[in-house]
Structure formats: structure tokens, C-alpha cells
Design a protein around this ligand. Structure first.
Ligand code: SF4
Length: 401
């Protein structure tokens, strides 16, 4: 077995010494200009003659500027900068289960910018995978990584700045989860709790993944981020900022500050930094320009659980993955009032997602294949992940319509 770090050049080899700050923030000039400005202090000359993979967050079909996906113009600026440095550039993504990546590229404006520039786009799931051992893994001992990754010398993580229901935030470290092959992404959400470890298994697993799957450069898109119910059902948050850094943990830590939170409170960043995968201590990160903190705008935190966000709906969530949650969140946002045309208004509606529920109340709406064993309790909506429109259809059919 091989690891990406065996094949990809190491950070030290590729980015000898950065003259200037470890992390740069640019603000106020729009996505393309901000990205170019933030990249200015980074010496891209080691990329000459190299194959560079740009890995945006285009895991869902969502419009450019929605805060759900990376802005196409941020990716455009990265393509231009690396090409000017003499690199061959490709943009790739492995989306969440059920999403067609080229539809996602189209919606995000990435397809149009790539066509204009003749820049190849790839679906990283189209080929096989490589099993990678994680000798330092605690929650997971191996990962399956898209084989395409091995065709590249350098990997650049280009996430959009978002709060996340399960992991606090999702930034450049977590964005690398989109290099995991097909459904293996889902497995990180299905891990059992670990004895003697307070952190959630998903957070430990992301840190485990970072032991080998760390980008060489992070470009964090804070043009329009997402607050609240991220990663897909929150509210867009305009910041008009870009964060760039060669240490993904440091870049994420600075992005956290801009979002009004601290990396020390984000378990996957804290655990990864404790293991030495990057730096999150603000006193050890040089950030340019001075006064960048003035651009901070606190992002609303995600609610502790979905029931708070949707009164009168009790969401019973046991080890679900974000694909199921996103489907349910978007469904509830759109259809919550209509739901009570079918269910009594005077008592809470129970909705279950995820696996391993011991028992569910009578009448529970069971969403997703993981709840199939409880289909006798009420209405069952199949799918992995389920489709939002199917939820309403199943309810209508369950009520004889
Ligand atoms: S049914 Fe939902 S929770 Fe279960 S594996 Fe599929 S997406 Fe994840």
C-alpha cells in the first residue's frame, strides 16, 4: 500500500521557504481579485512543470454565491495563478453521494470558467480507488482515496467558509474528505463512539485522514460563506474575504477567527494540531496584513440539534451522515408547514434518520435506508441518501393520496 505523501512531493520539498506571512487575508475586492491578492506572497515557482489539482467544494448542486459551494471566480483566480507559474492545472471533485459532479460544477460557475480557460474538470470518482493505511489513525485505520489523486504533484484545497452541524466548521482540512472515494466518505459518519475519547468519531476520523491527506496549499473562499445550519441548509453570509496559507491548519485557524470562532474549539483541528499536522495557535501564525481581524464577522453557530431549528418536529438522529441530514434539513425548511396538513399539530412529529435506533415512537417518519428496520412504525422513505421530493410523496401516499 502507498500513501499520498509517498507519492506527492512533501511540503518542504515543494514550497522551500515562504518569504512573508504564513497566512494572508485579502478583503473587499471581490472573489477574483481577493484570491489573486492573497496568493501574491506565495512563491508558486516550485509548481513550474508540475501537475496541480485544485479541489474546490463542489460536492452539492448549488449556485455560485449561495455559500454552499466554492465561488467559480475563486477557482478561476487559482487556475490563472498556477498557470502563470508554469503548472498544468486540473479541477477535480468527488461529490457527496447522489450528486452528479458536472451538474455541481455547472451550478457553481466552475464549468463555465473552466471552459473559457480550457481547463480540464474531472470527476474523481470515475476511476478506481487506492487503499491507504493510516498508521496514526485512531478512529479509522485506512481510507480509500480516489485514484486520480496519484496523477498530481500538488493538491490545493479550495473550500468555502461554512459552519457545520457536526464538525463545527468545514474549511480546507475537512474539504480533503472530498478526495475520499465514492461512498467511503459516508463511512466517516457511521463510526461508533470510542472508549475514553470525548471527541466525536467523525472529528477524530478527519484528524486521522489529515495524517496523510493534507493539501499543499489552502485557499479559503469567504466571499459568501454559510452560517447556522451548514453545510447546506444554513444562511449565506457575505464576508468578501479570501484566506491563503501553506499550512492548511493555520489557514483554517485564521478563517475560524474571521468567522468569530476559535480553532481550539473545533475538534478535528485541535486533534490534528496536537498531533503535529499543522499549527492553530494564533501566537505562532504570522498573518498579513495587520488589522485583518477587523474583517471578522461572527457567523451564527449551528444549533445543537435539529429540533431547536424546527419547533414541533423532533428529529431523532442516530449516527446519520450529512447527506441524510442535508436532505432532511432542506426538506423541513421548504415543507415544514405543509407537513402538518398530514400530521396532528398538537403533538410533535418524530422524524428519524441514521442507523442503530433501538426503538422509535409509533408514527415516526423514517427517512433513509438506515431506518428500514423501523418501517413498521410509520412512514418509511427509502434512499441512500433519500431524495427530498420522495419524502413528501411517501407522506402523501401514506395518507392515501
Ligand atoms: S441512509 Fe442516510 S444516514 Fe444512512 S448511509 Fe445513507 S445517507 Fe447515510
Amino acid at each position: 500500500m502507498i500513501t499520498p505523501r509517498d507519492r506527492l512531493p512533501t511540503l518542504d520539498a515543494c514550497w522551500p521557504t515562504l518569504a512573508g506571512p504564513a497566512v494572508t487575508v485579502a478583503h473587499g475586492a471581490g472573489p477574483y481579485e481577493n484570491t489573486r491578492r492573497a496568493l501574491e506572497p506565495v512563491d508558486l515557482s516550485p509548481a513550474r512543470g508540475k501537475r496541480v489539482l485544485l479541489k474546490p467544494n463542489a460536492g452539492r448542486v448549488a449556485a455560485c454565491g449561495s455559500g454552499i459551494v466554492t465561488h467559480g471566480q475563486v477557482v478561476a483566480a487559482a487556475v490563472d495563478a498556477f498557470r502563470e507559474a508554469g503548472a498544468e492545472v486540473v479541477v477535480g471533485e468527488s461529490p457527496i453521494v447522489g450528486v452528479r459532479v458536472f451538474e455541481a460544477f455547472e451550478a457553481a460557475g466552475i464549468a463555465a470558467m473552466a471552459e473559457q480557460r480550457g481547463c480540464p474538470l474531472i470527476d474523481m470518482d470515475r476511476r478506481g480507488c487506492v487503499e491507504v493505511d493510516l498508521s496514526e489513525g485512531r478512529a479509522i485505520r485506512s481510507i480509500r482515496v480516489c485514484e486520480d489523486l496519484w496523477g498530481f504533484d500538488l493538491v490545493v484545497s479550495i473550500p468555502v467558509m461554512k459552519m457545520h452541524m457536526h464538525t463545527g466548521v468545514t474549511l480546507s482540512v475537512k474539504n480533503m474528505k472530498g478526495c475520499l472515494w465514492r461512498r467511503s466518505k459516508v463511512e466517516l459518519h457511521m463510526l461508533p463512539r470510542m472508549d475514553g475519547i470525548d471527541a466525536k468519531p467523525i472529528d477524530v476520523a478527519i484528524a486521522d485522514m489529515s495524517s496523510v491527506l493534507r493539501p499543499h496549499l489552502a485557499i479559503i473562499d469567504g466571499t459568501v460563506g454559510m452560517e447556522g445550519l451548514g453545510p447546506s441548509a444554513g444562511s449565506p453570509k457575505e464576508l468578501d474575504a479570501i484566506v491563503v496559507g501553506t499550512d492548511a491548519f493555520a489557514a483554517d485557524a485564521v478563517a475560524c477567527r474571521l468567522m468569530g470562532t476559535r480553532a481550539e474549539q473545533i475538534a478535528h483541528l485541535r486533534i490534528g494540531a496536537e498531533r503535529g499536522y499543522g499549527v492553530i495557535d494564533p501566537d505562532r501564525i504570522a498573518v498579513s496584513p495587520d488589522g485583518w481581524q477587523e474583517w471578522s464577522q461572527p457567523f451564527a453557530a449551528p444549533p445543537e440539534n435539529l429540533t431547536i431549528a424546527f419547533p414541533n418536529v423532533t428529529v431523532l438522529d442516530n449516527n446519520s451522515c450529512s447527506a441524510c441530514q442535508s436532505t432532511l434539513l432542506l426538506f423541513l425548511k421548504k415543507n415544514r408547514d405543509q407537513l402538518f396538513d398530514y400530521f396532528p399539530k398538537d403533538r410533535p412529529l418524530h422524524v428519524a434518520i441514521g442507523k442503530g435506533h433501538a426503538e422509535l415512537p409509533e408514527g415516526t417518519l423514517c427517512v433513509g435506508n438506515c431506518t428500514i428496520n423501523h418501517r413498521g412504525c410509520g412512514i418509511f422513505v427509502p434512499g441512500c441518501p433519500p431524495v427530498g421530493s420522495e419524502i413528501l410523496r411517501a407522506i402523501q401516499e401514506g395518507h392515501g393520496e
